[in-house]
Design a protein around this ligand. Structure first.
Ligand SMILES: Cc1ncc(CN)c(N)n1
Length: 220
């Protein structure tokens, strides 16, 4: 029977490259170059805007009012809460709202977000969720992975509040709900369907790793 775990198993190396990326390790050690983190934060603002569009697409791809409500709630959470929190967080890192509003999108950001949207447009609601899964679930996994490492620097780590956000109960409750949503729908699929979904999942996972690399390279 297929499950979220089977998707990770399918692309274990890509998944580990994403979860254990150099950017993640440097962040956990507290030695990440501040300008790399700032570059990442700025691009993540643009990422979140595209991410909210993906939930808009999920509303459209929904089959019933329950699915519409769930997708709408996710979209509203980004548009009405998360983006404002992100702007506030960026301010703490010396990035103004004006700067965020005038940013060029980095190629790795365009590649990832447009891939997500295209996977959802071509496929159905499950394809879309699978394209979003590395984002919705991966950060919770990698933040808790950081905490388990011997090199983790919890004391005076400039990135501690970022780590706390993704190890926190709120993020993990949403993450568990998403894993359950996916597992319910993967339970009855055949191998051909699994293969297609696994390819989407592995591509989105690779694009997440590229997003970290973009942060390290400060590339556009
Ligand atoms: C690129 C990216 N991936 C994941 C997340 C966490 N939802 C994020 N904020 N940005």
């Amino acid at each position: 029977m297929s499950s979220f775990e089977s998707l990770i198993e399918y692309c274990k190396d890509d998944w580990n490259r994403y979860i254990q990326h150099d950017f993640v390790q440097q962040l956990g050690k507290g030695i990440l170059d501040k300008s790399c983190f700032q570059h990442y934060l700025k691009q993540d603002y643009l990422f979140l805007i595209q991410f909210s569009r993906a939930w808009g697409l999920a509303v459209y791809k929904s089959h019933d009012i329950l699915e519409i409500r769930q997708a709408l709630a996710s979209m509203k959470a980004i548009v009405e809460v998360e983006l404002d929190l992100h702007v506030q967080y960026c301010k703490e890192w010396g990035i103004s709202k004006q700067e965020l509003d005038n940013l060029p999108e980095a190629e790795a950001n365009i590649a990832y977000t447009r891939y997500m949207l295209d996977a959802g447009q071509q496929g159905d609601l499950l394809d879309l969720h699978i394209a979003l899964a590395p984002c919705l679930i991966g950060y919770g996994v990698l933040a808790r992975w950081i905490e388990q490492q011997s090199w983790y620097q919890a004391h005076n780590n400039p990135y501690q509040s970022w780590i706390d956000m993704y190890t926190g109960d709120e993020f993990h409750a949403a993450m568990q709900a998403e894993i359950e949503w996916i597992n319910q729908r993967l339970a009855g699929i055949d191998s051909q369907r699994f293969q297609k979904l696994a390819e989407i999942f592995s591509k989105a996972t690779q694009l997440e790793a590229d997003f970290w690399q973009m942060g390290l390279n400060k590339s556009y």
